[in-house]
Design a protein around this ligand. Structure first.
Ligand SMILES: Nc1ncnc2c1ncn2[C@@H]1O[C@H](COP(=O)(O)OP(=O)(O)OP(=O)(O)O)[C@@H](O)[C@H]1O
Ligand SMILES: [Mg+2]
Length: 185
């Protein structure tokens, strides 16, 4: 099973949006997908409930005390995490994942928060040992703005503790059609 965690303690950066879209993507590819919403706010869970039955199946996972009950034969587990996640929970989630996607909004406040969080993240043992593949996604980007260029430059140049470049996956535009039932944006 491949576990992908969507993480950034900064609120509203697009964790649930990206988690649900990635879950849809793998479900459409015919994978057995589970989506765990670890946020009491329940955005991903609400999205699943509103999803028509005709869409490819995504199993909503019950989270109890950060324990995840995963159905057998799950191919891909997507974990949507809450904002302001504390160190203890962060460590728990990091131990479960093989991949981590960190969405970051194109704003000065979000970029500074990302800088702080990434250095915290790199100091965690599991990530230092390169057990987790980390990648960033710029989200809600308005093209041809100064801040978009600043974020692109920053994310293109972050270094991992081993000196390699932290992968910067993509830039997602600010769009009205981000929360769709089935398709990747
Ligand atoms: N690329 C985008 N374009 C336009 N709106 C977006 C985009 N990505 C996310 N949003 C919107 O931004 C808001 C916050 O997104 P989302 O709930 O996914 O963030 P979050 O990181 O999960 O928030 P929280 O920290 O509260 O869990 C939502 O209203 C969502 O629809
Ligand atoms: Mg969320």
């Amino acid at each position: 099973m491949r576990t992908i965690i969507i993480l950034n303690p900064k609120g509203g950066c697009g964790k649930s949006t990206i988690a649900t879209n990635i879950a849809s993507y793998f479900a459409m590819k015919g994978k057995k997908v589970a989506l765990a919403d670890c946020d009491p706010q329940g955005s991903s869970h609400d999205w699943l409930l509103a999803r028509p039955d005709t869409c490819s199946t995504i199993n909503g996972i019950v989270v109890e005390n950060d324990r995840l009950k995963i159905p057998r034969n799950t191919d891909v587990l997507i974990i949507d995490t809450p904002a302001a996640i504390g160190d203890k929970r962060l460590g728990k989630y990091l131990r479960k994942a093989q991949s981590l996607i960190m969405p970051i909004i194109a704003s000065p406040i979000d970029i500074r928060a990302a800088e702080r969080f990434l250095s915290e993240l790199f100091s965690f043992k599991g990530t230092i040992n390169n057990k987790i593949k980390i990648a960033t996604v710029a989200n809600r980007v308005r093209e041809d703005t100064l801040i978009a260029a600043k974020l692109e430059h920053y994310l293109g140049n972050v270094k991992l503790p081993n000196g390699k470049r932290l992968p910067f996956m993509t830039m997602l535009r600010s769009t009205k059609t981000i929360f769709v039932q089935q398709n990747v944006v």
